[in-house]
Design a protein around this ligand. Structure first.
Ligand code: HEC
Length: 206
């Protein structure tokens, strides 16, 4: 913002029309769609389907991720309806494997076909988790001490499972991937991720 004001001030000083610096409206949705389609020529069906927004994405796109209260509730309910819980009700697996999954960005990229190993969760791309890992993204909040801060409560364990399975239940229009709903991670893998967050022995909580 300040840079733009500075540029406009400079332009005025130089006798240039300030309108030359006004921000334009940006491309239309149709123009953006055309560029995206042109960027992926000759896609097979599975990939083409991934470019098409589903109902939740449509609603988030239409409101620039700030839906009305009614749509917010619709997205929440739809997300809740997709969550599958383990048959035995046990939501916590192995944090050691959870840490491996959090580190791994493998899966569903062009170069990952045919799959040669299991998909990862790539959690560190967006979150700080353990003090031992110094390289992490900051798009999402820090998750250090996540379980400890929530007293390892049963409700918090369930909420963590649901947030990883489909974050739109808690945060409609979240930028976090829907790991369970979109088949990125299996139920067992999500249990391991929950252990990373919620097990008192996990480095996240130590
Ligand atoms: C593309 C970025 C991205 C990735 C990858 C990602 N997250 Fe998130 N996550 C977010 C954002 C952003 C939020 C904040 C909620 C929101 O506004 O969507 C969030 C929120 C969360 C929360 C809720 C925090 C709270 O307030 O209770 C948990 C738990 C979480 N993420 C765990 C994970 C785990 C575990 C992984 C890996 C399996 C992961 N995330 C991968 C972006 C990401």
């Amino acid at each position: 913002m300040r840079t733009i004001a500075f540029a406009v001030a400079l332009a005025l000083a130089a006798g240039l029309p300030a309108a030359a610096f006004a921000q334009d409206e940006g491309p239309s949705t149709a123009e953006v769609d055309a560029v995206i389609e042109a960027a992926f020529p000759g896609l097979d069906e599975e990939w083409a389907a991934r470019l098409a927004p589903d109902e939740t994405m449509e609603q988030c796109n239409a409101s620039a991720n700030v839906p009305s209260d009614a749509v917010f509730e619709e997205i929440r309910a739809r997300a809740a309806g997709t969550i599958v819980y383990p048959d035995d009700g046990v939501l916590v697996g192995s944090w050691e494997n959870g840490e491996k999954l959090a580190q791994s960005g493998y899966g569903m990229r062009f170069s990952d076909y045919p799959p040669r190993r299991e998909n990862g969760g790539n959690c560190y791309a967006c979150h700080q988790l353990t003090p031992q890992e110094v390289s992490y993204g900051t798009l999402g909040p820090s998750l250090m001490g996540y379980g400890k801060l929530r007293d390892y409560s049963e409700e918090a364990v369930k909420a963590a499972y649901e947030k990883v399975y489909n974050p739109h239940m808690a945060f409609p229009c979240s930028m976090m991937p829907r790991f369970g709903t979109n088949g990125v991670l299996t139920i067992d893998q999500i249990k391991d991720i929950v252990a990373l967050l919620m097990d008192p022995a996990s480095p996240v909580n130590r």
